[in-house]
Design a protein around this ligand. Structure first.
Ligand code: SAM
Length: 221
């Protein structure tokens, strides 16, 4: 299938660009062993996030949706010793697995996992984040994006993952599932906030071994 080909291309690129990374391998294996769904970002996507955070010298990162901490490990690797990643996870069992994976990756000092509904955590946070990665319940992506805009400094980066998911359903005007509605609202918000001068935003479609999807990339202005 097409997806299997994309998987092979990713494996080729991972062989060249990532190679053997025991902390990441442990995180994936330990997550699978504990029954977490295999829905983390790909290795090259994780590396992309790390590079973006590094590029702007991020010291304060907010992640919405920890799962087993795979993307958290990548993001934490961008941080200086005194940097901090706050990652929000609804499921306490997932958070426990993530803490184990994060400890194994030697980034515990920089990562603070907060369990519970992400919004309950986010509203308690200050407004000086350098980087926000939104990757949780897609129906609430517009809510998280709105909060991220309020809680980031000028020049910060905001990434929202899985903003299309199934392309046919995303485009179908009769489709009204909460995730599709949420994702469409993300684009409405980007349009509105770019017009208001709060953001410069784009998106990228991507084909991976997990199918085709897109992510949104925005700079706070
Ligand atoms: N960012 C992770 C990675 O790439 O390794 C993957 C995150 S996974 C796609 C989405 C996560 O969001 C799941 O672990 C799920 O339990 C969590 N989640 C769903 N609804 C949530 C909510 N309201 N608050 C916090 N986390 C939530």
């Amino acid at each position: 299938t097409e997806t299997a080909i994309f998987q092979q291309v990713d494996e080729f690129a991972e062989g060249k660009l990532i190679g053997n990374d025991p902390a990441l391998s442990y995180a994936l294996k330990n997550s699978a062993k504990n029954g977490l769904p295999p829905i983390s970002v790909s290795a090259t996507q994780g590396k992309f996030l790390m590079m973006q955070a590094k590029l702007i010298g991020a010291k304060r990162i907010l992640e919405v949706g920890t799962l087993g901490g795979y993307s958290s490990i990548w993001l934490a690797r961008s941080l200086p010793a005194d940097g901090k990643l706050i990652s929000c996870e609804f499921n306490p069992a997932f958070a426990d697995v993530a803490r184990d994976n994060i400890r194994n990756a030697n980034v515990s000092a920089q990562v603070d996992i907060r369990t519970g509904p992400a919004l309950d955590t986010i509203v308690t946070l200050d407004d000086n984040f350098d980087f926000v990665f939104i990757d949780a319940d897609k129906n609430n992506s517009p809510v998280y994006l709105t909060e991220a805009i309020k809680r980031t400094r000028k020049g910060a980066i905001i990434v929202v993952d899985n903003t299309v998911q199934n392309a046919q359903r995303f485009l179908d005007p009769t489709e009204d599932s909460p995730n599709v509605i949420g994702n469409r609202q993300v684009y409405d918000l980007l349009q509105k906030h770019e017009a208001a001068g709060d953001l410069i935003a784009t998106h990228q479609q991507c084909a991976t071994g997990k199918g085709s999807d897109a992510f949104v990339y925005a700079i706070r202005t």
